[in-house]
Design a protein around this ligand. Structure first.
Ligand SMILES: [Zn+2]
Length: 258
């Protein structure tokens, strides 16, 4: 019996059902393969889009930072949080002479700075809120726990040379953001207060070394210089120093609208 003859033979209903079942199974399998192929294609397309998106994002960020030419400080949250550290406090008076106490000058400058920055819509955290003594390590810990985006520490300077005067700033070695912060703050304080412009240099202060955010230490002037100490004892001069620090800090903040 050849096959042709077999095909010609009328099928029994059971055979017909069986054949139909096989046909349906084949159709189903084909459909599943098509779906699988489509899913793989969609998956590949998504991966391609993600990779491309990542590349574009990376390029735009690079272009942005290159465009500004500087390592701007970014906010971690919705708003910038700025930590302010007034040097010394309590029994630790810092430098003293007949017209000033460093702990009081730094606290006053920081208090004015707080009002100015809050007035510009920024959030401020004071590391020293009153005349209490806080160790350097505790200050660094408080900064790290504050959630701040950057920290400004304020101190006064001293020199054996009574002629030495002016503002100086310090940043942590290797910190591009710290370096920019130190330079901008130095420039703005010299400009606003009319102080002699010293340098923005690397420094190994605890508030720089032990903190994890962009940081600047400002030596607002020389307590050892009679004329500058006289200025630092005055409210208007402190106000100008604070204004300079505020301006310098704000110039370092990465903002969409300038
Ligand atoms: Zn000091």
């Amino acid at each position: 019996m050849d096959t042709k003859e077999k095909e010609k033979k009328p099928l029994t209903p059971a055979e017909r059902r069986r054949r139909e079942e096989i046909r349906q199974k084949r159709i189903k399998k084909r459909r599943q393969k098509k779906i699988l192929r489509a899913a793989v294609l969609i998956g590949l397309a998504l991966v391609a889009i993600a990779v491309l998106g990542g590349i574009i994002y990376g390029i735009s960020r690079l272009a942005k930072s290159m465009g500004k030419g500087e390592a701007m400080v970014e906010a971690q949250g919705d708003n910038f949080v700025i930590a302010l550290d007034a040097g010394h406090g309590g029994a630790d008076t810092g430098l003293t002479n007949d017209v000033l106490e460093e702990k009081e000058v730094t606290f006053e400058i920081v208090s004015k700075l707080k009002v100015m920055l809050e007035g510009q819509g920024y959030q401020v955290v004071l590391i020293r809120e009153d005349d209490s003594r806080i160790s350097k390590e505790e200050r660094a810990q408080a900064v790290n726990a504050s959630g701040a985006d950057l920290v400004v520490s304020v101190h006064l300077n001293y020199s054996e040379d009574p002629e030495a005067s002016g503002v100086e700033t310090y940043y942590k070695k290797g910190s591009a953001q710290g370096a920019m912060l130190a330079q901008k703050v130095l420039d703005a304080v010299a400009e606003e207060a009319g102080a002699a412009k010293g340098t923005a240099s690397e420094g190994s202060f605890t508030i720089l070394e032990n903190t994890e955010i962009p940081a600047v230490l400002v030596e607002a002037g020389y307590a050892s210089n009679a004329a500058e100490a006289g200025s630092l004892a005055e409210d208007i001069y402190r106000n100008n120093v604070a204004k300079g620090i505020a301006k310098g800090v704000i110039r370092c903040l990465a903002r969409d609208k300038e």
